[in-house]
Design a binder for this molecule. Structure first.
Ligand SMILES: [Zn+2]
Length: 319
């Protein structure tokens, strides 16, 4: 049984490739953080190694070892999305390439899983490209990314791409109640905050600090939106300083801010508020936040990019 929730199109595609014996050597799983990319990739690794009648059976030792993160043939590079990001360098990829050429030890396939493939350095990406050009027969490469446009095009073109989209809110709520036994009211609330990312909702359920962090970020960005230029530049500096160590935190903060502007835009539908920003201003604000996120992924000077963002956002009256 596939453990991933939803994403039925992707599961069907992979299931069919499995049963027809036509799997790709390399997959690129794309989608927002915590939408299910890692779970789906690990399901596929379990499936190709599974000894059960209907892979992935979830019960044989291959499936269990993959699920528990102790399968001898699975190698993870990069770091999970909630642990902050740093570059994936040439040494890590060289080590992986060396292992890739050894026969699998425990199962039928070796798997190299690269979390945050957009963070491969240029050198590392080129080393990976060599592996993709002449992949060993019993190797599966799984690349995971939230921003596929920032993965080298030559790498992208050698992978089968599987795009994961946010789940419907109701599907997140249902999974929370049935699989994690979250009380219904809480499940509905977490689902509505999750933006369709079940992984985020599960983490928020297991760790209340995540919701507290969200509230604190909201307070801070609301103050910046309502504040003057000094307040805004102080906030830009704060985010820029956070970026090297806590890239994911900054990304999540900007996600939250894009949502914040979007909510104002939706609330304003129909009647324009004479004192507040116009619809055009609000739409521009959403776009500017998303554009800045993209710029930060491309390693521009973060302080300058964030200050430019602060200057471009409309002023909002304190409410
Ligand atoms: Zn199995």
């Amino acid at each position: 049984m596939w453990r991933v929730v939803g994403h039925s199109g992707a599961v069907r595609l992979l299931d069919r490739s499995l049963s027809e014996g036509r799997l790709a050597h390399a997959y690129l799983f794309t989608g927002p953080p915590h939408v299910g990319k890692t779970t789906l990739a690990m399901d596929l690794v379990a499936a190709v190694n599974c000894d059960g009648p209907e892979p992935p059976c979830g019960e044989c030792s291959q499936c269990r070892h993959v699920r528990d993160g102790r399968h001898a043939d699975v190698l993870h590079l990069g770091v999970a999305e909630d642990e902050g990001r740093k570059a994936i360098g040439i040494d890590a990829v060289r080590d992986a390439a060396h292992q890739a050429n050894l026969n699998p030890f425990e199962g039928r396939f070796r798997a190299i899983v690269i979390e945050g493939a957009e963070h491969l350095t240029e050198e590392a990406a080129n080393a990976l490209l060599k592996l993709l050009e002449e992949p060993p027969a019993r190797l599966m490469l799984m690349l995971l990314t939230a921003s596929p446009d920032n993965v080298l095009a030559t790498i992208r073109s050698r992978c089968q791409r599987v795009d994961l989209r946010p789940l419907p809110t109701a599907a997140v709520a249902e999974a929370l109640t049935t699989r994690w036994e979250v009380p219904e009211a809480t499940a509905v609330e977490l689902a509505s905050l999750s933006a369709g990312r079940l992984g985020w909702a599960v983490r928020a359920w297991e760790d209340p600090a995540i919701l507290e962090t969200r509230d604190r970020r909201l307070e801070r960005l609301t103050a910046a939106a309502e504040g003057g230029i000094e307040e805004r530049f102080a906030y830009a500096a704060e985010l820029a300083n956070l970026l090297p160590q806590q890239r994911t935190a900054v990304r999540e903060t900007l996600d939250l801010w894009a949502e914040w502007w979007l909510e104002r835009l939706e609330a304003q539908a129909g009647e324009a508020d004479e004192d507040g920003p116009s619809r055009g201003d609000l739409l521009l604000a959403v776009r500017e936040v998303l554009r800045t996120q993209d710029l930060l992924d491309r390693n521009v000077n973060p302080r300058l990019a964030l200050e430019a963002l602060m200057l471009s956002l409309p002023r909002v009256a304190a409410g």
